[in-house]
Design a protein around this ligand. Structure first.
Ligand SMILES: Nc1ncnc2c1ncn2[C@@H]1O[C@H](COP(=O)(O)OP(=O)(O)OP(=O)(O)O)[C@@H](O)[C@H]1O
Ligand SMILES: [Mg+2]
Length: 592
């Protein structure tokens, strides 16, 4: 399992130079695990070509036996022979197509796996810059194209290629000068394909980009449906979507024009070839220089060549299409993954921030400026401060989503730059500001905290999080499915589920980035009690907007615009002049 990802990543990375040789080599490497299937498919495809050749070849003895010798006995066996030939051809066609398509499907499966594993491995910096819709589009649409091209193009290449060669041989043996004459048009066909192929690649890139734009719009619309309706943005969204669709339509049509134009020119040039043959060949038959059997065998070969040749002319276009997809996969694969390795250690939970500054990529200001903090193991720390002060940023740095631009974060005397992300994250239980629930059962969502936990432990955690009661009132209890993003639960209920998840994890470091507002006072007290339930024995960092939660904190750290402006216990800070007292008077003034 693990290997697919590394292999796919490796294959695309090692061959990332943008030339067709590298791309062919990529094809070879991803096909290699299925090489026996490929060999079988190619063997069958050659048998198929052989039978096609035989049909053209046998036209001569058959026709000569009928027209010249007028043999009754031969005619009696002919139908059976024809039926047999076509049956065998059907069977080989089936086998070839089946095997080729299965190789395509297998390749696409492993690429989808590889890309997904790469995606989970990419750092948060990738995700703040990339729309998730674009990524979804990459995984779904692009790779689908790759499936089409791998199975169809490979099939066309081998079956049609082999058939064209064998039929040419038949034609040459029957009448080489006539064959030479009719093949004069082939260089023309090849030339027109070459020119069109380049335009095809350009257009194909554009189409891919537009599909990704469409996916982004769809994705965002679904996530933000409530807002779209509430803000009556319906028409605006519709317009945006329609515009992109039209643009996509135009791009697709351009692609179709190029594709069909190349088919059309092949057809026209083919017509010229046939005209030459019929005229010159007919002359040879009339002047008795060629038997009617030979002539028909020749014409059969040429007529049969036509379709595979047309298909073959598409191989190049399809390959260009596939190359644009390969380019996009290379793009993802070449992004740097999160750091692997580092010291593995069981974390106890003391945390020190030394002069930590941090600037988000592309941001003009620092989100944190020279933060110094010392948190002992088991302490309860509260981070407070106005919105945008940098509270969530500190938590993200602690979780290893980002590294400080300067300064160090020391956990248990180890710099987080040297600590393995796995050890660090295992020690942390986090309840984030935006509640993330997956489209699964309640139990599965809680289990994310600790996948091996027993059902009893899940219930225990839910009880501690004050979630058990409402869960039991749901139709299927713990097995109730939560809709996409948990739409069927209230804000407070969702929050308590994420708390249960964090409790089940039983972490050494517990972080609450409290979802503010919008909770009713009942939910609020329950959440507060839940938090109090699980604090003992852990290093806890609470980002709270409600001061009642943090009165008990060992240390309250007041942040403002990325700097620590006050630090101390509630009773110390509430008597000092400053942001904290302002916050207190605002809240308690309102509350009491
Ligand atoms: N992904 C990002 N890219 C660029 N800037 C960001 C990003 N995330 C946050 N910021 C900026 O960093 C600063 C600190 O943000 P942060 O989310 O840490 O604030 P906060 O204290 O958690 O606020 P709140 O109480 O509203 O949650 C803000 O000025 C914000 O605009
Ligand atoms: Mg925040």
């Amino acid at each position: 399992m693990k290997d697919t990802h590394l292999e796919i990543e490796h294959i695309f990375k090692e061959n990332s130079s943008p030339n067709w040789r590298a791309d062919i080599y990529i094809y070879w490497l991803i096909t290699k695990p299925h090489v026996w299937r490929l060999v079988a498919a190619v063997v069958f495809s050659f048998c198929l070509s052989g039978i096609n050749g035989a049909i053209a070849w046998l036209t001569k003895p058959a026709l000569d036996a009928i027209f010249i010798e007028k043999s009754e006995s031969f005619l009696a066996t002919l139908p059976f022979f024809i039926i047999l030939l076509f049956f065998v051809r059907g069977i080989f066609t089936f086998l070839t197509n089946y095997l080729m398509s299965s190789i395509g499907a297998k390749i696409v499966k492993s690429i989808r796996e590889g890309i997904y594993e790469k995606l989970i491995d990419l750092p948060m910096s990738f995700y703040v810059k990339t729309s998730s819709g674009a990524v979804v589009s990459k995984i779904l649409n692009d790779i689908e194209i790759l499936y089409q091209t791998t199975s169809n193009t490979a099939k066309d290449f081998f079956v049609c290629g082999g058939t064209v060669i064998i039929l040419s041989v038949v034609a040459f043996i029957r009448k080489w000068d006539l064959a030479l004459l009719s093949f004069l048009v082939i260089p023309l066909i090849v030339f027109s394909i070459g020119v069109l192929g380049k335009r095809m690649k350009k257009t194909s890139i554009k189409t891919r980009k537009l599909i990704s734009k469409i996916t982004i719009i769809l994705h965002e619309s679904l996530l933000g449906m409530k807002i779209i309706k509430a803000f009556t943005m319906k028409n605006k969204m519709l317009l945006r979507y329609k515009d992109t669709l039209s643009e996509h339509y135009r791009s697709i049509m351009r692609e179709i024009r190029i594709k069909e134009f190349s088919a059309m020119s092949a057809e026209m040039l083919g017509g010229i070839g046939i005209a030459i043959i019929v005229f010159y060949g007919g002359k040879l038959v009339i002047s008795d220089q060629m038997s009617p059997g030979s002539f028909f065998s020749f014409v059969t070969a040429l007529l049969m060549i036509y379709t595979p040749l047309k298909r073959l002319s598409r191989v190049h276009n399809n390959f260009q299409q596939a190359r644009t997809v390969i380019d996009r996969i290379k793009e993802i694969v070449n992004k740097t993954s999160e750091k692997h390795g580092g010291t593995e250690k069981e974390i106890q939970g003391s945390i020190r921030l030394e002069d930590v500054s941090f600037q988000y990529p592309d941001a003009s200001d620092f989100a944190l400026n020279g933060i110094n903090l010392n948190i002992k193991q088991g302490e309860l720390i509260a981070l407070v401060g106005p919105s945008g002060a940098g509270k969530s940023t500190i938590v993200d740095l602690l979780s290893g989503f980002w590294y400080p631009s300067s300064g160090n974060i020391i956990v248990d005397d180890i710099n987080t730059r040297e600590l393995s992300l796995n050890s660090l994250r295992k020690a942390i239980g986090i309840v984030t500001q935006d509640v993330v629930l997956f489209n699964e059962s309640i139990e599965a969502n809680i289990l994310l905290g600790h996948p091996d936990a027993t059902a009893d432990k899940v219930v225990e955690a839910a009880k501690a999080a004050y979630a058990h009661e409402f869960i039991m009132e749901l139709p299927d209890g713990y097995n109730t499915k939560i809709g996409e993003r948990g739409v069927k639960l209230s804000g407070g209920q969702k929050q308590r589920l994420t708390i249960a998840r964090a409790i089940l994890r039983n972490p050494k470091i517990l972080i609450f980035d409290e979802a503010t507002s919008s909770l009713d006072s009942d939910s609020e007290t329950k959440i507060q009690k839940a938090i109090e339930n699980i604090i003992p024995g852990r290093t806890t960092i609470i980002i709270a907007h409600r001061l009642s939660t943090i009165k008990k904190a060992d240390k309250i750290i007041v942040l403002d615009r990325g700097s620590v402006v006050q630090q101390g216990r509630h009773d110390e800070l509430s008597t000092q002049e400053g942001i904290y007292r302002d916050l207190c008077s605002m809240q308690f003034g309102l509350n009491k």
